[in-house]
Design a binder for this molecule. Structure first.
Ligand code: ZN
Length: 260
């Protein structure tokens, strides 16, 4: 029995980057504009937000933007148009941040945890290993501690797979990062959606089992995560829902539309 009622997919911005960031050793000369998503799952037990997008405040101030997105480590800062902003998109479906009591974070990269500051009233669920990495001396240029290291965050730390509620399973898919997690969502229709996030950015990562460009949590782990997701998709007739693949995301039914 699933407690899930609806799944909303939000397009919350873009990143301009060499394809090698997504596919190890493939496409160094191909510069892509990759979408960034966030998900809201409406359940009988309340709203669950999965990832939060990019903090656009970091893009508005030139000095801050240049410090966080230095060239050439970043080819360009993230793109967040007013149409991409998460809070107005939530408002459009009648949801205020205060209505959301449960936030699940896939991993600590800035395009996933960027809007955490709006959800400090909520429980913030993250893998313990990811939390410890992010709060430690990581030196990772895509982890912006100023976006999430607030004293009043209600962190809820997990060690491996856990159940968010009936119909939403969190699975450890580490490799890209030390504590990356994905969600397996069972909709009322019976359809199974695997929200893989950065375990594999593009369809190619799964088709050809190509590693993500960055495997801070280990290459063997990243490959195991890709294979684990493929296995779940095969066993449960699940759909691999891609987070950064432009062709895939642009073909989705984006919010305010939804899946059920
Ligand atoms: Zn990432």
């Amino acid at each position: 029995m699933t407690a899930v009622k609806r799944l909303y997919v939000f397009l919350v911005g873009y990143e301009v980057l060499p394809k090698t960031v997504s596919t190890r050793d493939r496409g160094a000369s191909t510069i892509m504009a990759e979408p960034v998503c966030a998900y809201l799952i409406e359940t009988e037990r309340g709203l669950v937000l999965f990832d939060t997008g990019v903090n656009s405040d970091n893009l508005k101030d030139a000095a801050l933007r240049n410090r966080l997105y230095p060239y050439p480590a970043w080819l360009a800062p993230s793109i967040v148009l007013p149409e991409h902003e998460l809070l107005p998109q939530l408002a459009r479906i009648g949801v205020a941040p205060a209505d959301i009591a449960t936030v699940v974070i896939s991993h600590s990269h800035c395009d996933h945890i960027g809007n955490l500051r709006h959800f400090r009233h909520a429980d913030i669920h993250i893998q313990r290993r990811e939390y410890e990495y992010a709060m430690g001396p990581h030196g990772n240029g895509a982890v912006f501690n100023s976006d999430f290291d607030f004293p009043d965050v209600k962190w809820r730390l997990h060690d491996g797979d856990w159940t968010v509620c009936p119909g939403i399973e969190a699975i450890l898919t580490d490799g890209h990062m030390p504590g990356h997690q994905s969600l397996v969502v069972t909709l009322p229709s019976g359809a199974v959606k695997i929200l893989v996030v950065d375990a594999g950015d593009l369809a190619e990562n799964f088709r050809d089992e190509v590693l993500p460009g960055e495997c801070i949590g280990g290459e063997a782990e990243a490959l195991a995560a890709i294979r684990r997701i493929k296995r779940i998709a095969a066993e449960r007739n699940g759909e691999i829902v891609l987070f950064h693949d432009p062709d895939y995301v642009h073909a989705l039914r984006l919010a305010p539309d939804f899946y059920k």
